[in-house]
Design a protein around this ligand. Structure first.
Ligand code: SAM
Length: 328
């Protein structure tokens, strides 16, 4: 194994795999109001195809995989895929990003299959607001239960991701931070990235700087190391807190210079950057019988073309796919 690195000497060892574009929620920051065209069954990579791609990636130096969606738990048999991926020797960390609605049902099976840990999207602690943000969900209780079951079966640390939106859920910043004091909650506050096609009803941005100022009402934020990994969040602890708060700042302070990721869409496109439309198709070559060496060459091509940084600050947003298709 040689290890992958891009044209800017960034080591690439992390693959985020979107296993489906389907979701049982319709979050206002993720999906345009008119919805999106859904992929047909035949357009989506099979678990065997995902496994073949992951094996080639692992031979090139990928050792971390995160499964995402759409909502990954709406695709049936996800534990089977995890079991297949866990058998790839070089893969030492498999994690999942989920909206949590189905987590209590699957957590034990996922853990047993080889899943290490889970991130749960949780944008509010209020039922009416949950329905507003998700455009349909009436299952906030199930998400909270899912978080507890995930902790109980050992999918730790369970990290909670809150996309903070002005006038929507920013009034709950202190409630979420308060949870990290009393309980071992690890909450990451994420800056809203602009979504295409929302017009004047689009949710509005709050900078991490402003979030931090508001949280300091609860006490000084003491910097701390992440409990695991070296992702994009910067972590802090409030005085005497059991858990941590983190800030993810794709807009106010991009972290592209240490990006170690590639993304695989549900329909088999390899994307070196979430926020660029550049992608390489793996599905057609796979279905035409490409060799493992050929697959690895396509990975190397994608890595060689990984952009230095995104251009959100200059107003560039990807046009081809909403985050629901790329996995966020
Ligand atoms: N369904 C799963 C979930 O809800 O976690 C996985 C897919 S979802 C697209 C993954 C993540 O994308 C969410 O946690 C959310 O933080 C992030 N995301 C989606 N749209 C975003 C936006 N406009 N700005 C910031 N983060 C966004």
């Amino acid at each position: 194994m040689t290890g992958l690195s891009d044209s800017f000497q960034r080591p690439i060892n992390y693959l985020r795999i979107s296993v489906t574009d389907r979701c049982n929620l319709r979050c206002i920051y993720c999906l345009p109001p008119g919805g999106v065209r859904l992929l047909s069954h035949g357009e989506i990579l099979t678990y065997e195809e995902i496994h073949t791609i992951a094996r080639a990636a692992a031979e090139l130096g990928i050792n971390k995989i995160r499964l995402t969606g759409g909502e990954p738990l709406v695709r049936s048999g996800l534990p089977e895929l995890i079991q297949m991926l866990a058998q790839i020797e070089a893969i030492d960390d498999i994690s999942l990003t989920t909206n949590g609605t189905l987590l209590s049902h699957y957590a034990a099976e996922l853990k047993q299959a080889g899943l290490r840990r889970v991130n749960v999207s949780l944008d509010t602690l209020k039922q009416d607001k949950f329905e507003f943000i998700t455009r349909l969900g009436n299952n906030l209780g199930q998400v909270l239960e899912g978080i507890e079951v995930a902790k109980a079966v050992g999918l730790n640390p369970v990290k909670l991701n809150m996309v903070v939106m002005s006038g929507v859920n920013d009034d709950e910043l202190l409630d979420f931070a308060g949870k990290t004091i009393a309980e071992d909650w690890h909450v990451r506050f994420i800056e809203l990235m602009p979504v295409t096609g929302e017009g004047s009803t689009a949710p509005k941005f709050v900078s991490a700087g402003e979030m931090r100022q508001r949280l300091e009402l609860l006490g000084e934020l003491e910097p701390c190391l992440p409990s695991i990994g070296n992702g994009p969040a910067k972590y802090f602890r409030l005085p005497h807190a059991k858990g941590t708060v983190g800030f993810i700042t794709p807009v106010s302070e991009h972290f592209c210079f240490r990006c170690n990721r590639l993304r695989l869409t549900a329909d088999g496109k390899l994307r070196p950057c979430l926020l660029s439309d550049y992608e390489i198709d793996l599905k057609q070559p796979l279905r035409s019988g490409i060799s493992s060496a050929g697959l690895k060459q396509l990975f190397e091509e994608a890595v060689a073309n990984k952009p230095l940084r995104h251009h959100l600050a200059e107003g560039y947003v990807p046009k081809e796919r909403p985050f629901s298709q790329v996995g966020g």
